[in-house]
Design a protein around this ligand. Structure first.
Ligand code: PMP
Ligand code: GLN
Length: 381
């Protein structure tokens, strides 16, 4: 067998795969990997079936089904007041993960530096490194997981090619404020720095807080790839459809990569989403639904010895188990899955050096009965 020299020497199987596999093996309740255990809106199933029956079964255009791109542009205008050209500035991708990978691959050169805030979603650093570039890791300040802009000032320099930001944030549920956007603007003004903005949780933001999309800020947007996922908006994570919004010249480079790593995406689902996106209520009701789940889970967890940290968005809330155990978060998460029957994600997995603050991530985008059953088990600790 030919030997392969690995391109990602520090990478193994990712934590979501490990914890979901373990949860399945021992039949634990899975509050680990971020996916809903309730079904999506059935009218979307119908739209997909209709599209298939109506013959939308061959390749979609390379940048995406035009009516879907038009519907996205309209939604962006409605939400953020920005005019986006669906012809040149929106590309449909196989999920948010692929949009982020393609964005990095379209501009990173060897030895470029990208500022990454930790904890961070697990794909960012490998995406950067596979392109020969270097991730410059900046810790978020605990307990609120806020950006410390003074640390940013210490690491930003002539090699800095990009920032990756993520709000609402996975794994912590923290969100960027308008002040953060001002601070970011100050750092990138008059530089060649690009921003990759992961906004897959754009509609999962709570307590009436406005989502600080890059798309609200023309001066930032002109240097940004903004990445989204339909999986999170419509509770269909298995559909793996997303999109990237970027200025025309940047989208042109993005599409050079996209056409050779995907070419185009699933046609009937794009047709279905194009129709469904016109229903504003479907995406605007999401934050209320998910906020109720966060609140329900938070009040249930008061009966346990975990201490939850605040979550302002996403599918996730983090909690420390300091009062329960001194084990490492990985050991504890594995024991919790096997002995108590609840799978979670150890937050050290979101740090390159495995920083262990004894914090677990819980996914609350589950049926209320799932959350209730899980917490009954967690009360045993
Ligand atoms: N970014 C973040 C922060 C995520 O949590 C996820 C998880 N799904 C993604 C990107 C990827 O989205 P998708 O499933 O559409 O690839
Ligand atoms: N985004 C989800 C999470 O953070 C799952 C992504 C994945 O399995 N790669 O749990």
């Amino acid at each position: 067998m030919p030997e392969i020299k690995t391109k990602l020497p520090r990478v193994g199987t990712n934590i979501f795969t490990i914890m979901s596999g373990l949860a399945k093996d021992v039949q634990a309740i899975n509050l680990g990997q971020g996916f809903p255990d309730f079904d999506m809106n059935p009218s979307l199933h119908e739209e997909v079936s209709k599209a298939m029956i109506n013959g939308f079964n061959q390749y979609a255009p390379m940048p995406g089904w035009m009516p879907l791109r038009e519907a996205i542009a309209e939604k962006i205008h409605y939400l953020y007041g920005t005019n986006i050209d669906p012809e040149t500035e929106i590309t449909i991708t196989p999920g948010g993960t692929c949009a982020i990978y393609t964005a990095f691959t379209s501009f990173l050169q060897r030895d470029d530096e990208v500022i990454v805030f930790e904890p961070s979603y697990d794909s960012y650093v490998p995406n950067i490194e596979i392109n020969g570039a270097k991730a410059i890791l900046v810790p978020l300040k605990l307990p609120e997981y806020k950006i410390d802009w003074e640390i940013v000032d210490k690491v930003i320099g002539p090699r800095t090619r990009a920032f990756i930001i993520n709000s609402p944030h996975n794994p912590t549920g923290s969100v960027l404020s308008a002040d953060d956007m001002v601070e970011l603007s100050k750092r990138v003004k008059d530089t060649e720095i690009i921003i990759v903005s992961d906004e897959v949780y754009e509609h999962l933001i709570f307590d009436g807080i406005p989502h600080q999309s890059i798309l609200r800020y023309p001066e930032l947007f002109k240097r940004s790839f903004v990445c989204f996922s339909f999986g999170k908006v419509y509770n269909c994570t298995g559909w793996k459809l997303g999109y990237c919004v970027a200025p025309a010249a940047m989208s042109k480079e993005f599409r050079k990569i996209h056409q050779f790593n995907a070419f185009s995406c699933n046609t009937p689902m794009q047709v279905a989403l194009a129709n469904y996106l016109n229903d504003k209520e479907a995406y605007q009701s999401l934050s209320g639904i998910m906020q109720k789940k966060r609140d329900h889970f938070t009040s249930l967890m008061n009966e346990t010895r975990f201490t939850l940290q605040p979550s302002f968005g996403s599918y996730f809330i983090c909690g420390t188990y300091e009062k329960i155990s001194e084990e490492s978060d990985k050991e504890f998460a594995i024991r919790l899955t096997k002995e108590i029957g609840v799978a979670t994600i150890p937050v050290s997995a979101f740090y390159q050096e495995g920083t262990d603050n004894k914090v677990l991530r819980f996914c609350f985008s589950k049926k209320n009965e799932t959350l209730e059953k899980a917490v009954i088990r967690l009360c045993k600790l």
